[in-house]
Ligand binder design. Structure first.
Ligand code: SF4
Length: 345
């Protein structure tokens, strides 16, 4: 059995993955497959390729893949019988044009204690959230909180999510669904984006559990800093005369209908607007088109994480609405609930 201790994939067992993939492919009768790996797993690509090539014609995607929203371009997936994506959970309401097998990786850790001093005497009912790789850790966390006397509530997913309690950078339905039932949230995840996103989607305080020291960190200050930065971009965008609205062609990010609505709004305001499609938004392309500002309807993380790569302000649809339509001072995080049907023209 091939085992690996790769830092971000502590529980990686490639043999188990291969068995799972083989069983699913056998069931489908697939012969030619597209294999997608997240960047953290790419060093293992030779192992996956060698094992699977014994029985299947395998095409590897070398492009980055950040979620189940992306199965690559149709020029590739049209030529295979099935797609295999490692490391992500499925998006049930996305209509994949080919059978798509998602092989999830769940990190697990035995946790003996969590420092809950920030919550004690202040909050009783805790909404527990997790990003998918920490689903099993969240089970451990729930037991610890319950043993300490907290009431733990798990929020309901919507059609874009695989699990109750799960969060994605583009969807916080598990937060909204219990916002009247809890006093605060605890999120098991890494990095700050999911924590900031969860904090922006609720009035309740959100804490991220740091898995290095098992301490909780409030997201309130980070969310405030984030809002200030985003309002600076919204104000910049309000100076624009030429606005490009982008629809991303990735299957789980395609919101062209929304992009067309925004285009009409831009034109009704007397501004110049265009609608463009891409699967690889780039500053150079936008500069070539002389765009003063951009509204990007694909992954909400792009305007937020990658703004520094662009010379013009890049807004989410929700930010456009705040700055141009409603002139609102209440920041709203862009979330994707559903996307266009791939059959829509
Ligand atoms: S749209 Fe963005 S945040 Fe949502 S799953 Fe895809 S990459 Fe992740």
């Amino acid at each position: 059995m091939y085992k690996n201790n790769f830092e971000n994939y502590m529980n990686l067992d490639i043999y188990k993955d291969i068995e799972e993939i083989r069983a699913a492919l056998e069931h489908l009768g697939a012969k030619k497959i597209l294999l997608q790996l997240p960047d953290g797993l790419k060093p293992e690509v030779y192992h996956y390729f060698n094992y699977l090539s014994a029985n299947y014609n395998v095409v590897i995607s070398s492009s980055p893949v950040y979620g189940a929203c992306d199965i690559g371009p149709s020029s590739i997936y049209d030529k295979v019988d099935a797609i295999v994506q490692i490391g992500h959970s499925p998006m049930p309401n996305v209509k994949y044009p080919k059978p798509t097998i998602f092989v999830e990786h769940h990190y697990n850790a035995r946790i003996s204690n969590i420092d809950t001093s920030l919550l004690e005497g202040k909050y009783d009912r805790i909404g527990l959230l997790f990003s998918v790789q920490y689903k099993e850790v969240a089970d451990e966390v729930r037991k610890i909180f319950e043993n300490k006397g907290f009431t733990v509530i798990i929020g309901k997913k919507d059609g874009r999510m695989a699990y109750d309690g799960q969060v994605l950078g583009c969807n916080f339905s598990s937060v909204h669904s219990i916002s009247y039932d809890v006093d605060a949230y605890v999120l098991v995840s890494t990095g700050q984006f999911h924590g900031i996103g969860a904090q922006l989607s609720t009035e309740r305080e959100v804490f991220v559990l740091d898995l290095n020291d098992y301490k909780l960190h409030s997201m309130k200050d980070e969310a405030d800093k984030f809002i200030r930065k985003r309002y600076a971009q919204i104000f910049r965008a309000k100076e624009a005369r030429k606005i490009c609205i982008i629809s991303d062609t990735r299957i789980g990010q395609r919101r062209e209908r929304l992009a067309r609505i925004i285009l009409r709004q831009v034109q009704q305001m007397g501004l110049e607007g265009i609608l463009a499609v891409t699967d690889n938004i780039s500053n150079q392309d936008l500069e070539n088109m002389r765009c003063d500002a951009v509204v990007y309807t694909g992954c909400p993380r792009v305007p937020i994480d990658d703004q520094q790569k662009f010379t013009m302000p890049l807004l989410t649809p929700a930010e456009f609405e705040m700055g141009f339509v409603k002139n609102s001072n209440r920041y709203v995080l862009d979330e994707i609930v559903s996307v266009d049907d791939p059959a829509d023209k």
